[in-house]
Design a protein around this ligand. Structure first.
Ligand SMILES: Nc1nc2c(ncn2[C@@H]2O[C@H](COP(=O)(O)OP(=O)(O)OP(=O)(O)O)[C@@H](O)[C@H]2O)c(=O)[nH]1
Ligand SMILES: [Mg+2]
Ligand SMILES: [Zn+2]
Length: 363
């Protein structure tokens, strides 16, 4: 396994990390309050590393008591830091996120987990050294579209594939609206094009072993990220990357490598799914019923398109499976919200009872 170098260069400024006029405007009230602008490059529970114009600092994250991890500061957030005498600064506020990459959290709670905030481009990596798994790619695309960022599919390891072009064609059929690029970190194929099209905050997303960190090192121009061999036999990765950290790209913009996710659960991704399956939604406009589920309804234009081989059956099945999963996740969220509200109501009732009993005793 190759070792990454672990420290940031201190010569970078906030502008290198994407600070622009929109940030400046949004930060104005914090500026007036004497707070310092920063971008979170790595977040943990209780503290984070953030870049400021004075270099990297570690800032404390006060416990807000809010259970929802969606509101916790995460990598890519623009933050307002309050300087504290004699110790590190405290993260006081987070600017509203332009975009956010959210998956349903791994824990059994129904909360979402923010993988990255203020992302411009999501690089969805797909290895050409293993059989294509369209369902997984569609899932990653749905997550990407839902985030508000632009997805770009990057096929990796072209050197290990006999016919990369036809694989690229196949993948482009399941990725309406996203470009598909063939690359190899070994031969260098496609890397100049990739470098040229990447701007802003770029996130590498994909299964373990897809070659995200290897690609990241090529984009960074140095071995900053640890990489690991895939397993003999099934070609699966070993989950080499363990954390998420923003790194500046030599040509401008910043890069976020992510750990290969074991499971990418959808979180409230209805719009992202509609975008991912745009051609099905297009046909659906001609269904007789506005709420057609494209199962057995009369006058269903989607089923007609499947029968006419204009939409592959696999594609419709995949869409319906992901929609069901998303609905299920949403209903769990609703149940949790209901439970939260019930708990709050009970708490208030208890409080009122105690208060009135107290008053009653006084009289
Ligand atoms: N042949 C070939 N191998 C590659 C290429 N890119 C990456 N690899 C190999 O694929 C393996 C996995 O690469 P990583 O970059 O660690 O994969 P990753 O996606 O970062 O994996 P995780 O960090 O576990 O999520 C390593 O052995 C790489 O050398 C490529 O373009 N061609
Ligand atoms: Mg990695
Ligand atoms: Zn229909």
């Amino acid at each position: 396994m190759s070792r990454p170098s672990s420290h940031h260069d201190h010569s970078y400024s906030l502008a290198d990390y994407g600070w622009d006029e929109a940030c400046e405007r949004a930060f104005a009230p914090h500026h007036a309050a004497g707070l310092i602008p920063a971008r979170v490059v790595r977040a943990e529970r209780g503290s984070c590393e953030a870049i400021t114009d004075a270099g990297i600092v570690r800032a404390q994250i006060p416990d807000t008591g809010q259970g929802d991890p969606l509101s916790a500061p995460c990598t890519g957030d623009w933050a307002a830091l309050r300087p504290a005498a004699g110790r590190g600064p405290v993260l006081d506020a987070v600017l509203e996120r332009r975009t956010a990459l959210v998956r349903s959290s791994a824990s059994r709670t129904s909360h979402g987990q923010v993988l990255a905030a203020n992302v411009d481009t999501v690089v969805v990596t797909v290895s050409l050294a293993a059989p294509l798994n369209h369902g997984r790619t569609e899932r990653m695309l749905a997550l990407s579209w839902e985030s508000g960022a632009q997805p770009l599919v990057v096929l990796t390891k072209a050197d290990e594939c006999a016919d990369a072009q036809s694989a690229a064609h196949e993948v482009s059929e399941i990725a309406p609206g996203a470009d598909v690029l063939v690359t190899s970190a070994v031969t260098g194929q496609g890397l100049d094009t990739l470098t040229a099209v990447l701007t802003g905050t770029v996130v590498l997303l994909g299964p373990s072993g897809a070659g995200k960190s290897t690609l990241g090192n090529r984009l960074l121009g140095e071995e900053r990220l640890a990489t690991g061999a895939v397993r003999e036999g099934d070609g699966k990765g070993r989950h080499t990357t363990a954390w998420r950290e923003l790194l500046p790209l030599p040509g401008g913009g910043v890069l976020l490598d992510t750990p290969g996710l074991r499971a990418i659960g959808l979180h409230d991704a209805q719009d992202g799914l509609e975008q991912t399956f745009a051609e099905i939604e297009h046909f659906a406009q001609d269904c007789r019923f506005a709420d057609c589920a494209h199962v057995s309804e009369p006058g269903c234009a989607v089923l007609a398109a499947v029968a006419a081989d204009e939409i592959p059956q696999r594609r419709l099945d995949s869409y319906q499976r992901l929609l069901r999963e998303n609905d299920y996740a949403a209903s769990r969220t609703d149940a949790r919200l209901r439970a939260d509200r019930e708990a709050t109501k009970k708490e208030i009732t208890r409080h009122l009872r105690a208060t009135y009993r107290f008053r009653g005793n006084q009289q």
